[in-house]
Design a protein around this ligand. Structure first.
Ligand code: 1HN
Length: 353
């Protein structure tokens, strides 16, 4: 029997070797990996503490200018995906620094980007001819194929300060489809064609211009100021709307369609009151979190990660996790949820304990 089995095994491996020359392979050897019983991707949960990260951001600022770097960003790499510029299999995340007086030149690309302001104020992003001044906690989008550049002139009458924000992009998704294009502008900074705040005034007040028809799934608002989001979280909390899993969790919205601000990236903001001990949750969209306020813990598959302001962490797909707050906490997060919803593959589960 042993000889037969050994003989069969030798025969099979000879067959596989020869088959390989034809650039073919036997499905039966990889079926269970290709079609797992439950999601079992390689990504691991990880936490980037601001106190560890900030000195490196400062050193990057001394090492290279924004202009030379084009974008001076330190990428948050999933520890299980080194060198792949990916925080999950589908998402890119990085921390970008812009120093006083610097400009990150105008370009556009197929990849959609979000900015979530982490540290400092008074820098700006310009999107399609309109500038937005950045304040901590603001959420800004640069949708696919929109011109964008960044600068840091500081606030009127105040000295400019270093500004750091979280970049979230759908880079691995676009790479997966081999659909990436990019174009550099001949202008370093784009010409401003609309006053600051114009888009938010026009589309962000429960009103739309009478003849407006959405021409794409992308939000016509590209800045979602923290002051507004924070106010909403606070009021809903006081109205008693605390979910046992998520606290007070809201999704950012395209006001013209009710959909997500961009077609590939879902974005959320949530409030966890002091003492909140969330029930465990899992979903197939792994998410990247940026801590705006407060201290707490995320427990992922039994491992506890203690977070504080300006920390970042990633919870991969289908990992059971629970959020706990030692102080009133506000968390921003983003995921690939719109893509999974479009493909009808999103699954999520609120667990009992
Ligand atoms: C990009 O355009 C920005 O515009 C940031 O700030 C990060 C990472 C990869 C590709 C393009 C930006 C990026 C990026």
């Amino acid at each position: 029997m042993t000889t037969t089995n050994a003989g069969a095994a030798a025969e099979r491996s000879a067959f596989y070797r020869e088959l390989k020359q034809l650039h073919m392979s036997p499905l039966w050897e990889s079926l269970s990996v290709l079609v797992p019983h439950t999601p079992n991707g390689p990504c691991v949960p990880a936490l980037w503490k601001w106190d560890d990260v900030f000195p490196f951001i400062g050193r990057a600022g001394a090492l290279i200018t924004a202009e030379e770097a084009v974008r001076r960003v330190l990428i948050l790499e999933n520890p299980a995906l080194p060198g792949q510029a990916s925080v999950t299999q589908s998402l890119y995340a990085g921390l970008q620094l812009i120093l006083p007086g610097e400009v990150a030149p105008a370009h556009r690309h197929v990849q959609s980007a979000l900015r979530f302001i982490v540290h400092g104020k008074g820098a700006y992003t310009a999107v399609d001819g309109e500038r937005t001044t950045m304040y901590p906690g603001d959420f800004i989008i640069t949708p696919s194929w929109t011109w964008h550049d960044h600068g840091n002139d500081g606030l009127e009458g105040e000295a400019a300060e270093p500004v750091v924000w979280l970049d979230g992009l759908d880079i691995p998704i676009v790479r997966f489809f081999d659909a990436g294009f990019e174009e550099k502008s001949t202008d370093k900074s784009q010409r401003v064609s609309r006053p600051e705040g114009n888009a938010l005034t026009r589309y962000g007040n429960n009103l739309l211009p009478v003849d407006y028809e959405p021409s794409s799934p992308t939000s016509p608002i590209f800045s979602y100021p923290y002051a507004r989001s924070r106010e909403v979280l606070d009021r809903l909390y006081r109205d008693g709307e605390v979910d046992a899993w998520h606290g007070v969790k809201l999704r950012y919205v395209n006001p013209a369609t009710g959909g997500w601000p961009m077609p590939t990236l879902a974005t959320f903001i949530q409030y966890l009151p002091r003492g909140f001990s969330g029930k465990p949750f899992r979903s197939t969209d792994g998410a990247v979190y940026s801590v705006v306020e407060g201290r707490g813990r995320v427990v992922v598959d039994g491992t506890s990660f203690a977070f504080g302001p300006k920390d970042h962490f990633v919870v991969p797909s289908w990992k059971t996790h629970a959020l706990h707050a030692d102080e009133d906490a506000v968390l921003f997060s983003f995921s690939d949820r719109p893509v999974q919803t479009a493909l009808n593959i999103l699954r999520e589960e609120k667990l009992a304990a």
